[in-house]
Write a protein that binds this ligand. Structure first.
Ligand code: SF4
Ligand code: SF4
Length: 336
């Protein structure tokens, strides 16, 4: 494992960290297996979130005996003082610890959200207070849009110590801002390293990200020991070869810009449509030729694309501004 300093926090972290989403698919035993594998491979950074259901809770229990060997980061969607204050307490309780190394304002987007978060009775005040009380040690933020990323590091560079943003072979629009993070010593945490499951070659995906010196750490989601092993193999730390670069270009061309990262932020849909699953099944049919496999699952699924009433609510929530309504129309053409 390689280690680096996470910007202004001064924390020494493994360059590959543990993304805490997939643990939701397993149980406490599964969480213990993931943590064991991570420790064997030198991973010392966990990124979880209040929004990842059981993730804080599972990892809290498993990491308790090793608390001082881990850097724990979590995050909350709270925007105002009171709810952020409450969320910090819940995180501390779930994570079974009396301090959290990095607490992040999660997925900040609009101008109103920025005003609320950093205003007089905003979430930032609660974080600052918790920092003064020793409940959290550092403050960061996460964003999905390039505008929010720019704003965070240009208008709030004194408030935040880290920023988390998607970065991968097909989403490298943040590279210039990543360089600014480097200049300002703001720790950059790369999320969505395989573009929400769209890149199959995980090793190349991580290698691509770790070849950017402005990236402090990448946090692939890992749901079992094999994934931990794969994501920490020697190859991911190597320089990109010419052949790798050609392969990266090929992947970027194939995926294009309009793909669903399966983040689920567009939900809930008033008609109960499982938007990412609908798109995924149609993708699998198209990409892997799994017509029967996809059709069986589509037919059995609740909340089919054909039930969409085109209200557009989902599109206002998608951080990638995807044309969900027309994407669902394509799903219907493929699947019905
Ligand atoms: S446009 Fe369709 S998928 Fe989106 S929220 Fe409305 S009904 Fe649901
Ligand atoms: S449509 Fe947008 S918000 Fe919904 S899961 Fe896909 S990327 Fe996320």
């Amino acid at each position: 494992m390689k280690y680096g300093i996470l910007g202004k926090t001064g924390l020494e972290v493994s360059v590959v960290g543990l993304g805490g989403i997939p643990v939701q698919r397993t149980d406490k035993e599964g969480a213990a297996e993931i943590v064991r594998a991570c420790m064997e491979r030198g991973i010392n950074f966990l990124d979880t979130a209040r929004a990842y259901s059981v993730s804080e809770e599972f990892f809290g229990e498993v990491l308790k005996p090793y608390r001082d060997q881990w850097v724990i980061a979590t995050k909350s969607m709270s925007r105002d003082y009171e709810s952020m204050k409450a969320d910090i307490e819940i995180s501390l309780q779930n994570l079974q610890t009396d301090y959290i190394d990095l607490y992040q304002i999660h997925n900040i987007k609009t101008e109103e959200e920025f005003a609320l978060c950093f205003g007089e009775n905003g979430a930032y005040q609660a974080l600052l207070e918790a920092k003064q009380e020793g409940k959290i040690r550092h403050i960061g933020a996460t964003a999905h849009s390039i505008e929010a990323f720019a704003r965070l590091i240009r208008e709030y560079e004194n408030e935040i110590e880290t920023v988390m943003f998607p970065y991968n072979i097909v989403e490298n629009q943040g590279e210039q801002l990543m360089a600014e993070c480097g200049e300002k010593n703001i720790g950059f945490i790369a999320m969505k390293p395989i573009a929400g499951g769209n890149i199959d070659n995980t090793v190349l995906a991580l290698k691509y990200i770790l070849n950017n010196p402005d990236c402090s750490i990448v946090i692939p989601g890992m749901g079992n020991a094999e994934e931990v092993e794969q994501n920490t193999c020697e190859e991911v730390y190597q320089p990109l070869s010419e052949a790798d670069k050609i392969e990266c270009e090929k992947i970027a061309k194939e995926l294009g810009n309009e793909f669903c990262r399966r983040c689920g932020y567009c939900e809930p849909c008033p008609k109960g449509i499982n938007i990412p699953q609908n798109i995924l099944l149609a993708n699998y049919k198209k990409k892997y030729g799994l017509s029967d496999w996809a059709k069986v699952r589509y037919d059995a699924m609740e909340g089919k694309a054909e039930e969409c009433i085109k209200c557009g609510v989902c599109e206002t929530r998608c951080p990638y501004d995807l044309p969900i309504r027309s994407m669902l129309e394509t799903v219907v053409k493929e699947m019905v």
